[in-house]
Design a protein around this ligand. Structure first.
Ligand SMILES: [Zn+2]
Length: 362
């Protein structure tokens, strides 16, 4: 049987390809012409390659990717069998562990949401005010109590009869943002009020945030976060070596995919509420565009920083996985769902002016 192999002559480190024959326990290397008997050779399998060493010299032969048939001829197949059996056991173990891991992991979300839905909304605040940084947010509130009353009564118009409305508050933060916290607390920043161009856009943002709150997104995510933190602390510590997926990547991808569906759900929930009250859900699309514009400005401001560029590059790469809901998709969904609704203000001019200047009264 002829086989090409790598040959080191023992004195120079250069490898050369040689023709190798083995028959009847005799190994013949052509050019340099050499002959060895099997008994003179040390044979060792290393990562699928056969390393052949010699009792009488420093020479070395490496037969890359030894085939089953060749191993059999060399009397090595028993060694191959046991190592390949070990390999398949390792693969099966990794598959089973990964499957169990993904199965349990996938169950965390529905279980968390079932728990969230089982908590009556009137108890949500008692439960979560103890574990969320409400004091920190309270310290950031604008002190203009009149403006706070205006935004609360604007938010109240989204509540159905008999329901307790969430609280709506303004934070003295420059960044344009709005978010819903567990405990039915909804916050908008002064930076967002500065950006928005109409009170209807503000109402639309409140409706979207109330969607997150009423659909128990924040509560479900918070409970899920507690489970996941516990889960990762076990999984990463003890099992990650046997997993076929990178746990952090799996986590990021599943979270990203989910955040997209949460946003879509809150958009359509808010859209329905606005439409039912004679307001234009397209105002949410306009607000989204204004917010994404202000994000772009913030990114451009720091474009000279290398670390920021790297972060941007990473962001672009992760877009391949559809991480974040693209604003354009959300905007066009809202625009096609409600093509003909006419826009109208949600507050009178004086109230709107008051909100625009909420944090600048001191
Ligand atoms: Zn949202």
């Amino acid at each position: 049987m002829n086989r090409k192999a790598l040959y080191f002559d023992g004195s120079s480190p250069v490898e050369q390809q040689v023709e190798l024959t083995w028959e009847n326990h005799v190994w013949i290397v052509k050019d340099p012409a050499r002959t060895w008997r099997r008994e003179e050779l040390g044979l060792e399998m290393l990562a699928g390659d056969l390393h052949v060493t010699f009792a009488s010299s420093e020479e070395l032969l490496i037969i890359k990717n030894l085939t089953w048939d060749e191993a059999k001829r060399l009397g090595l197949h028993q060694r191959m069998t046991s190592s390949s059996r070990k390999m398949s056991l390792a693969i099966i173990l990794a598959l089973v562990t990964t499957g169990a891991f993904l199965g349990i992991y996938a169950a965390i979300r529905p279980v968390s949401y079932s728990i969230a839905r089982a908590i009556p909304s009137e108890h949500e605040r008692d439960l979560f005010d103890h574990i969320t940084p409400i004091a920190f947010l309270n310290n950031s509130r604008c002190t203009d109590s009149n403006a706070q009353e205006i935004i609360q009564s604007l938010g109240n118009t989204l509540t159905e009869p008999g329901e307790t409305p969430p609280t709506f508050e303004i934070l003295d933060w420059r960044m344009a943002n709005a978010f819903a916290f567990p405990g039915r607390r909804i916050y908008v920043t002064q930076g967002l009020l500065d950006k928005l161009e109409s009170s209807e856009q503000l109402l639309a943002v409140l409706a979207h945030e109330q969607g997150h709150s009423d659909l128990r997104h924040n509560l479900g995510e918070a409970i899920q976060g507690l489970f996941k933190a516990y889960f990762w602390s076990i999984a990463v510590g003890d099992f990650s070596g046997a997993l076929l997926v990178d746990p952090q990547l799996a986590k990021d991808l599943s979270d990203a995919e989910y955040s997209r569906s949460l946003e879509a759900d809150a958009d359509s929930y808010g859209g329905r509420k606005l439409y039912a009250r004679g307001h234009d859900p397209k105002a949410l699309a306009d607000a989204l565009l204004l917010i994404s514009e202000s994000k772009k400005d913030a990114e451009q401001d720091s474009s000279g920083d290398t670390r920021t560029s790297l972060r941007k590059l990473f962001k672009r790469m992760t877009k391949i996985f559809a991480t974040h809901p693209e604003t354009e998709v959300r905007v066009s969904t809202l625009k096609t769902q409600y093509p003909n609704v006419v826009s109208r203000e949600a507050l009178d001019q004086e109230q709107w002016r008051r909100l625009k200047n909420a944090c600048q009264t001191e």
